[in-house]
Design a protein around this ligand. Structure first.
Ligand code: MG
Length: 414
């Protein structure tokens, strides 16, 4: 049996764990630079606040209904996600972490509903987060069961699709638009609608071979999965990342080299720490800087592809590479709005011959710096170009504390 466990309104729910008074209020969480609404409590949804809505468009509703606004607090959400995934891993035979707030679990076939309710109870009791659990024979159906659990309060957050009789299953999926299925985007849904497939039931009963000719093999697999035939097993081993991206839109525009160098070296620090955590090395980097294409007369982007002589995960070597690239592409008299780096040609450290003594010393230094930063603060040791609080940092006017990852910001109990 496959279960899909999904935390309800994840970012908002994380904020509510540390501020119980928020349960009564409509709450929203904003994207980077406080631009758009990316998580909403159920009360906020009922007020008509849409997902992805720019904050300025929702201002009148927010003022009128005293909606609480939070800037996104990624260190908090990442830590809460880790706690959820670790606990879920202990409750299942196998686990595939699918996103920050969703994972597939392999469960025993017996007492399906009971297992789902236990999962929901444990996550709420031990971590404080509400989840919905959808269970079925395939991943596609488990996702669908989770959707049903969310939309229908009478299920109390847990649906085991296989325990619903066939006639009732079909009655339920006749009411669900095909656009709600896992893997069906807006464009694909329009193409399906154009040939008369509007509901999940219509897709389930379509001819898989004919649909394969029209839409490709993934559509055929989806139809099999809707009929309970498993095509997508649980993938507990994550394949290695193909690239690591670190980029930001700035809180205010940058118009001088020093601030840009500060931002770029910070990105290199973050990206190289991610490399080391995954025991990967890189040999290639793309660096880009650009203005704001929505406000500037002319969109400008400068980009450079850089190669290092050997595969490395060393912050200092990557920083030198990035600074050499930045010096080449940086042009004065431009108001820069965004920049970033992409690390490519990633290889597992053990697959690269790294017996050079100098590289081993550098690796020890990087690991020591990572350990100090993770113990104290990510800014406790910075490199030459970095400032402690660059003016380019994201605008986050309503950020909560890092309750679980900083000793200085622990929740105080009175
Ligand atoms: Mg969710």
């Amino acid at each position: 049996m496959i279960a899909l466990v999904d935390v309800n309104n994840f970012y908002v729910s994380c904020e509510r764990v540390f501020n119980r008074s928020l349960e009564k209020n409509p709450v929203v969480v904003l994207s980077n630079n406080d631009g758009c609404i990316i998580s909403r409590s159920n009360q906020a949804k009922l007020l008509g606040i849409k997902m992805g809505m720019p904050l300025f468009k929702a201002q009148s509703i927010i003022r009128q209904h005293k909606v609480k606004i939070y800037s996104s607090n990624y260190p908090l959400y990442a830590d809460m996600s880790n706690r959820v995934m670790q606990l879920l891993g202990k409750l299942a035979e196998d686990q595939e972490v699918y996103s920050i707030d969703e994972c597939f679990l392999k469960l025993k076939r017996t007492n399906c509903l009971q297992q789902g309710r236990l999962i929901r109870f444990k996550i709420l009791k031990d971590i404080g987060l509400p989840v919905c659990v959808g269970m079925a024979e395939t991943k596609t159906l488990a996702k669908l069961a989770n959707y049903m659990a969310k939309k229908n309060p009478e299920f109390e957050g847990v649906v085991c699709f296989s325990e619903i009789d066939l006639a009732a299953q079909d009655r339920l999926i006749k009411k669900i638009p095909v656009s709600e299925l896992w893997g069906i985007g807006v464009r694909l849904a329009k193409r399906l609608n154009a040939i008369g497939i509007d509901s999940v039931y219509q897709l389930k009963t379509a001819n898989p071979k004919w649909m394969k000719q029209l839409f490709g093999v993934n559509m055929e697999r989806m139809i099999y999965e809707l009929n309970g035939i498993q095509c997508y097993p649980i993938e507990s081993f994550k394949p290695d990342q193909k690239q690591i991206i670190c980029s930001r839109s700035f809180g205010q525009t940058i118009d001088n080299f020093t601030d840009m160098a500060d931002a770029i070296t910070t990105f290199v620090q973050k990206a190289s720490a991610k490399l080391r955590k995954q025991e990967l090395l890189t040999k290639e980097m793309i660096l880009f800087i650009r203005n704001n294409p929505f406000t500037a007369k002319q969109p400008i982007q400068y980009l450079i592809r850089l190669k290092h002589v050997i595969h490395t995960d060393n912050h200092e070597q990557l920083m030198r590479l990035a600074m050499a690239g930045l010096t080449q592409i940086y042009q004065h008299n431009t108001a820069y709005h965004k920049a970033g780096i992409i690390l490519l040609d990633l290889k597992r450290a053990q697959h690269v011959n790294q017996d050079c003594a100098a590289q081993i010393i550098r690796a020890n230094l990087s690991n020591a710096l990572d350990a100090i930063r993770s113990k104290y603060h990510h800014n406790i040791i910075t490199s030459g170009w970095q400032s402690k609080d660059g003016k380019w940092q994201m605008k986050q006017l309503n950020k909560s504390q890092r309750f679980t990852t900083s000793w200085q910001e622990l929740l105080e109990a009175c």
